[in-house]
Design a binder for this molecule. Structure first.
Ligand SMILES: Nc1ncnc2c1ncn2[C@@H]1O[C@H](COP(=O)(O)OP(=O)(O)O)[C@@H](O)[C@H]1O
Ligand SMILES: CCCC(=O)OP(=O)(O)O
Length: 358
């Protein structure tokens, strides 16, 4: 049997799967607690830990590495690139290692590359978090030194948008959609006829706060705190990513636990969840502008979209704009496998990252 190995590290989870063609054969989602993630002395230690989890999965499922036909990985914070499938090569690995923006997706290509090397096959990424289709006007932030950039859940946003288009018998390129991914990070994207022309910078940029990120903060106060002498650069960055948002208020990155507490009378948990919903709703409403007031549907996806109370509260703020579709979890694993299968069948020609000028 020739298998496709799919590797997807997120900020709160590591997802790993084996596909036979487009068909899921085995899948595992490991959820990581805040204590577990903060216990690693270095980035390298966490990479090794996540890699061990992938190798353990292969052993548990008795998948011999020689049966792998291809390894597919989520792409991280390399340079901005167009949507597509890219061979994991030394250039890509170099940029992912050197990037100042740290995120679990940066490790996926390295883990995939090492396993693929052992299996004597190729590793690829598809629709990494740096897919950049921003309109020129969306790039202007308010100061030329700090242009807005595209960092978001490109893989899942595009996959669920295409799944929705297929389901209603339309082409993705004929629709205007607002896709909201709500996981460890939250991204809200304006898909204008198949291009994500505006989206919040979902790591350390702007947008709603999320289970582990602060989103937009009062920037003057942040600058004063940064220069106060009270914090190191790493402590400041952690306030934005990792220990920001819900985790800063409630010391957990498990939104399910907080939603359950909110529904069982925990007023602090309820207030923070309502604030997250309020901020996400404001972002969704703001994307009516890049879509010229013509929105075909709003899609809610990611882990938090499993929470029925959460999505129904959010729907109240946005349902006047367009029909709301709930797509809980993600199509990332399937999308990676699908892209891998297209490469195997030679229906897609992978791009070379090093040759990509943007
Ligand atoms: N049934 C659920 N209801 C609400 N939130 C959930 C549910 N299941 C998972 N989540 C939350 O979704 C978040 C993780 O989403 P996910 O998209 O898997 O994130 P990531 O890929 O960033 O690790 C966690 O905060 C988790 O608690
Ligand atoms: C960096 C953008 C993608 C992102 O936030 O992914 P997670 O929600 O999986 O951390």
């Amino acid at each position: 049997m020739q298998y496709i190995l799919v590797i997807n590290p997120g900020s709160t989870s590591t997802k790993v799967a084996i596909y036979e063609g487009e068909k899921e054969y085995k899948v595992k989602t490991l959820r990581h607690s805040i204590e577990e993630l903060q216990g690693f002395p270095s980035e390298e230690d966490q990479l090794q830990y996540r890699k061990e989890k992938v190798v353990e999965f292969l052993k548990e499922e008795q998948i011999d590495i020689s049966t792998l036909a291809i390894v597919m990985a989520r792409g991280g914070l390399s340079k901005p690139i167009e949507s597509g499938v890219y061979l994991v090569d030394e250039n890509l690995l170099h940029d992912l290692k050197e990037t100042p923006r740290k995120h679990a997706s940066n490790w996926a290509a390295k883990i995939a590359f090492d396993i693929a090397k052992e299996a004597e096959v190729n590793a690829y990424i598809a629709d990494p978090v740096v897919v950049d289709e921003l309109s020129d006007i969306a790039r202007i932030s308010g100061h030329p030194k700090f242009p807005r950039i595209s960092v978001f859940h490109a893989l899942n946003q595009k996959a669920v948008a295409k799944t929705y288009a297929n389901r209603i018998g339309k082409d993705y390129k004929d629709l205007n959609l607002i896709v909201t991914h709500m996981g460890g990070g939250v991204s809200v994207g304006a898909h204008l006829k198949g291009k994500v022309v505006d989206v919040n910078q979902a790591l350390d940029g702007d947008g709603p706060f999320s289970p582990e990120r602060s989103g937009t903060l009062p920037v003057g106060d942040v600058v004063r705190a940064a220069f106060s002498g009270a914090y190191t650069q790493q402590e400041m960055i952690s306030m934005l990513v990792g220990k920001g948002g819900m985790s800063a208020y409630l010391n957990t990155i498990d939104a399910k636990e907080v939603i359950d507490a909110a529904q069982n009378g925990d007023t602090k948990a309820e207030q923070i969840m309502q604030a997250m919903i309020y901020q996400i709703a404001k972002s969704i409403n703001s994307l009516v502008v890049p879509l010229n007031n013509e929105v075909d549907a709003i899609i809610l996806t990611g882990g938090l979209a499993y929470g029925q109370w959460f999505t129904s509260e959010l729907e109240k703020f946005v349902k006047h704009i367009a029909p709301v579709e709930i797509h809980p979890g993600e199509d990332e694993m399937w999308a990676l496998a699908f892209n891998g299968y297209q490469v195997i069948k030679k229906k897609v020609t992978p791009k070379e990252y090093g040759n990509t000028e943007y």
